[in-house]
Ligand binder design. Structure first.
Ligand SMILES: [Mn+2]
Length: 339
């Protein structure tokens, strides 16, 4: 969590920014962090980190085009020093992945003090903007974290969550879980549509606008979600057919489908808590994977990557990895060995 002093500092920096640029991760935690920050003053522009989760020199083009006075980077695991140096603007970076060492950045990461801390970025963004309880809740639950303010949420939004429960229940048996899925799916598809959806999300006043389709904006988002969901459900069905006696549930699929890698692995991990889930989408000669388990897997992944062309990492129970296709078989052998 941010200290009261840090909260005040970031709030002041945000308040004095005339044209802030928000760079955020391509998942509901990143998106909700952006919405929380943006809604404080409704000033500036947001861009999603779509390819590798790294703010590098590619982003300089956007900096030059938009000419922001301050840059806020939210929930993105990595940043290049070259970017910070060339941007020549104050950079504020709020994240909760593996701590990085960069100079000339205002860096906030709860793992620096406590390596075992698991605090989604949207939980910290809620400290900056405590007005948007439902946005913060979506971000936290999407990142598999039951927030400490959940009782307040239940009181205010009983239609979304009627009682305290565990995360699998909240995610897959309660309406709040559907809202999490809506946020996740609205980030998929052509960038033009994604931008339009995000813009609408920043303007919603209540979750009922989507869930009950109470406004035309909410109806639009719900309709778009339903369309995307029609691509997801058949994949989920297919993936479930890959369950066998093995400890690992492995489901590879091709780039002819939209990417649902993280959504599939999250859901299957809750449905089959005994299994180690590996969902892999083949794209451009690489296997882009999401790994989930109720046991710790990040160290096994790290060891399995030795001698393999690829990279990966993440949290103890949730990791991502990208493996060159020619090393895929060997990687699986290694990973099974390390489990
Ligand atoms: Mn996150």
């Amino acid at each position: 969590m941010l200290t009261p002093k840090q909260v005040k500092f970031i709030q002041d920096e945000l308040a004095s920014a005339k044209n802030p640029l928000f760079i955020y991760d391509d998942d509901p935690d990143g998106l909700c962090s952006f919405i929380l920050f943006y809604k404080v003053h409704r000033e500036g522009k947001g861009i999603i980190v779509k390819s590798a989760p790294n703010v590098d020199l590619k982003f300089m083009r956007k900096v030059e085009e938009l000419n922001p006075d301050k840059i806020f980077v939210l929930d993105v695991p990595m940043m290049e020093q070259d970017f910070v140096d060339q941007a020549k603007r104050p950079v504020f970076w709020i994240d909760h992945h593996q701590p990085q060492q960069l100079k000339k950045v205002h860096y906030y990461n709860p793992k620096i003090k406590d390596p075992s801390a698991y605090i989604p970025t949207s939980r910290m963004a809620f400290q900056i903007n405590p007005q948007e309880l439902w946005i913060a809740t979506v971000g936290c639950i999407a990142d598999y974290h039951m927030p400490d303010f959940i009782e307040q949420f239940i009181e205010q939004y009983p239609q979304l969550l009627d009682e305290k429960c565990d995360l699998p229940t909240a995610l897959y048996k309660k309406p709040i879980g559907k809202l999490v899925r809506i946020f996740s799916f609205l980030l998929k598809g052509p960038l033009y549509d994604v931008r339009k959806s995000v813009k609408i999300l920043t303007r919603l006043k209540s979750p009922d606008e989507i869930m009950e389709q109470k406004t035309s904006q909410g109806r639009y988002l719900y309709k778009r979600f339903e369309n995307i969901n029609q691509r997801y459900e058949p994949l989920l069905k297919q993936a479930k057919k890959h369950v066998n006696r093995s400890k690992i549930l492995l489901f590879p699929y091709s780039e002819s489908h939209w990417s649902f890698t993280a959504d599939l692995s999250n859901e299957l991990s809750c449905t089959y808590p005994q299994k180690v889930i590996i969902i892999a989408r083949k794209k451009g000669g690489e296997m882009k994977c999401s790994l989930r388990a109720k046991v710790q897997i990040d160290q096994a992944l790290e060891k399995a990557l030795v001698g393999i062309s690829g990279y990966g990492g993440g949290h103890p129970n949730a990791c991502g990895a990208v493996i060159k296709e020619e090393d895929w078989k060997q990687f699986l052998v290694n990973f099974k060995r390390e489990l």
